[in-house]
Design a protein around this ligand. Sequence first.
Ligand SMILES: CCCCCCCC/C=C\CCCCCCCC(=O)N[C@@H](CO)[C@H](O)/C=C/CCCCCCCCCCCCC
Ligand SMILES: [Ca+2]
Ligand SMILES: [Zn+2]
Length: 262
Amino acid sequence: MAGVFSYESSEIDWCEDNYRHSEHVVESFNTMSSFIFFIISPIMLYLLHPYAKERNLAIHLVWVMMIFVGLFSAYFHMTLSFVGQMLDELSILWVLAVGYAVWFPRRLFPSFIKDRSTFSKLVLLVTVISSVSSFVKPTANAYALNCFGLHLLYTLIMEMKCCTDQKALRLAKLSVALWVLAISCWISDRFGCSFWQRINFCYLHGFWHILIVIAVAYGSTLIAYLDIPYSLPGLQFWPCDKWAVGLPHIVLKGTPKTEKRC
Ligand SMILES: CCCCCCCC/C=C\CCCCCCCC(=O)N[C@@H](CO)[C@H](O)/C=C/CCCCCCCCCCCCC
Ligand SMILES: [Ca+2]
Ligand SMILES: [Zn+2]
């Protein structure tokens, strides 16, 4: 039993050299880069607060849980233990589940589902079953999670197809570009390690952590922008709107309306 907590008990080992900077931390850069979750998540909780107050405070769960994703990710890379791997992967699965439950477009619900509460119960059931099955073949979990990521992307592209709002389209393109860059780093670290070791640059998994958290920040603001029932929501960048760099957020302006943006 103690074996599952022990260092390097996970079957996964990322490209970064082990114990390069400390005898207590297996992968230093991957561990340090997980701290980006602790920086971005509170900022996103703050930036999304006006929208969550308007819609549903449960929306905050996504970014609260992202703090735990960062915590478990840091623990996993620090130890490369089996428990660390499972905590890292299960926390991602549950944050995806909350995202689907609160944001998945109503018109894409399966036909036998009438309301969001029934849909959320279905998501809960699928997540519990997936959590149990994740112990059957732990090495396959990360690929299964990326499939959920792909489905999310497909849903987003379908939603944007009939959208003419230029601000929303720009944000969607940026989110997808960040996701493509992030997943390229993840795949390259997984399958191209010998090349990266030859040129002594084994940090791509750490870059994945940074890029994916920013992609989720852009993606969740886009969903909020499309979802908010206001006639003229503004889209600004924090901390500097003039340069259009930083984290995007919506500014509630205009009159409340019932219809969606796109
Ligand atoms: C309509 C639904 C809305 C859903 C909202 C989105 C909720 C956030 C979802 C995922 C959070 C991503 C967390 C990143 C994990 C970092 C930890 C990590 O690196 N773990 C690895 C091991 O260290 C592990 O191998 C990673 C496995 C792959 C995880 C794939 C997650 C899917 C990400 C989907 C992101 C969509 C971005 C949207 C932009 C268009
Ligand atoms: Ca390693
Ligand atoms: Zn990681």
